[in-house]
Design a protein around this ligand. Structure first.
Ligand code: SF4
Length: 428
């Protein structure tokens, strides 16, 4: 089957490209060129055909992903579907199903059937879980089981998949040589490293990359090249193993593009504020400007219970300097499976970071929204301010709860409203 890149290379302008270009205020031919060159992607598997597919990369608004999914301790499908509803209600651009508890295929299919935005997964989780159900250890995973999970998930309609193809024996050697405080914190990365080190074999996703691309091609699944060696603490940030893996990811993205498959590069993790810009520049340089998908990054390890704030600070800086796609973090990060409220709080914080970065990067729509909101603020038109707010519900409730006695001001300064005072004085 022809992929989106194949069609563009054949001088077609696919309707999905026109649709995204229209919604983002871009020239469709320019967007098609950027997709062809690997600078932008549209995560769209025809088996799912999401109504609002997630488009990330050059010139596009910064997008936000929400992770949901069961764990062995909390495996209720009903609860995860509730989180999906919350994610959609509060503006997620993509949702990843990271389930590791319960009937994984049933959960995935249900989430895909109910999700109008792109759905992502990490197929190695399913391989590991099915393996464990047979009372086998991670090191006993069969290579064909890994590839079967990828095909099964593609058939189910997954739009983008995290595959840790750049975690090689070479990168693990770097990790051992340099030494790390938290070694590997990526679940998928740890599964693969465990298998590789026990069997003393190369990562099958790296060694059999062409076969992997064959499967993805059949469904036009976007590959999200996972960073198994993403730093899991400030002390490990920007070390040799992280950068070594990034070099591999850049090569693998180039190979995917040649085969007509869209690719995203995944990035850190935990990065101090002063190293974020450098990380973004290195990624863009080494990966031929492929879209960059970051997890936060967290700018401190010490914000336990408030990691969504620490991550949003990092995300705003990262997206200003080149990150295109942000994976949210919740207040439950490092503590447990997020609750419904955690999903909401994490998503809103990340959307604020994404918007702030779009304003700083010169996105016309984002700048206009801020300007219109300030014009409404100048007129003390609270209704219009709520309409333009990134998340109006809390603002409306607060305004109502703290209502001023006077009309057209808020109770912060009330009769001493600075904006109103200046309006009156300037009129005179
Ligand atoms: S009362 Fe104060 S805070 Fe409220 S709108 Fe006027 S200047 Fe702004």
């Amino acid at each position: 089957m022809k992929t989106l890149i194949d069609k563009i290379r054949n001088k077609q302008l696919p309707p999905i490209v026109k649709k995204i270009a229209k919604s983002e205020g871009l020239n469709p031919k320019k967007l098609a060129d950027d997709i062809k060159n690997g600078y932008a992607v549209i995560c769209f598997n025809h088996k799912h055909s999401p109504n609002k597919p997630c488009a990330v990369g050059k010139g596009l608004k910064t997008k936000v992903n929400v992770n949901i999914g069961t764990s062995p301790d909390f495996s209720s499908l009903k609860n995860e579907l509730k989180k999906l509803d919350i994610s959609l209600k509060y503006g997620a651009d993509a949702v990843m199903d990271l389930s590791t508890g319960g009937n994984l295929r049933q959960i995935r299919r249900k989430i895909i059937s109910k999700c109008p935005v792109s759905v992502g997964t990490v197929p190695i989780y399913e391989t590991a879980v099915l393996n464990a159900k047979k009372n086998k250890k991670i090191r006993d995973m069969k290579i064909e089981d890994i590839f079967d999970a990828v095909r099964r998930q593609a058939e189910d309609g997954v739009d983008f998949m995290t595959l840790h193809c750049g975690l090689t024996l070479e990168t693990i050697k770097r990790l051992k040589n340099e030494g790390r405080l938290l070694n590997i914190v990526s679940r998928g990365g740890a599964f693969l490293a465990n298998w590789m080190m026990h069997n003393n074999k190369e990562n099958p996703l790296y060694e059999h990359y062409d076969e992997l691309l064959d499967i993805l091609r059949d469904f036009d699944v976007t590959i999200s090249l996972g960073d198994g060696l993403r730093p899991g603490c400030i002390d490990d940030a920007t070390d040799r193993s992280q950068i070594q893996e990034l070099i591999f990811l850049g090569e693998l993205a180039q190979k995917a593009n040649k085969r007509g498959i869209q690719a995203i590069i995944e990035g850190p993790g935990h990065v101090p504020l002063n190293e974020i810009k450098t990380n973004m520049q290195i990624q863009k340089k080494l990966c031929n400007n492929a879209p960059f998908y970051v997890l936060g990054p967290l700018v401190t390890d010490s914000a336990l219970g408030y990691d969504h704030i620490a991550a949003s600070i990092g995300a705003a800086i990262a997206a200003t300097y080149g990150a295109d796609f942000i994976c949210y973090l919740t207040p439950a990060e490092h503590l447990g499976l997020p609750s419904n409220e955690d999903v909401k709080e994490g998503l809103i914080a990340t959307r604020i970071a994404a918007h702030a970065a779009d304003v700083a990067s010169g996105n016309k729509k984002a700048i206009l929204r801020d300007k219109m909101l300030s014009q409404a603020r100048r007129k003390r038109d609270f209704k219009l301010q709520f309409d333009l707010a990134l998340e109006p519900r809390k603002a409306k409730a607060k305004y109502k709860e703290l209502k001023a006695k006077k009309k057209d001001v808020c109770s912060m300064c009330s009769e001493f409203c600075a904006i109103k005072t200046m309006e009156e004085v300037l009129k005179k």
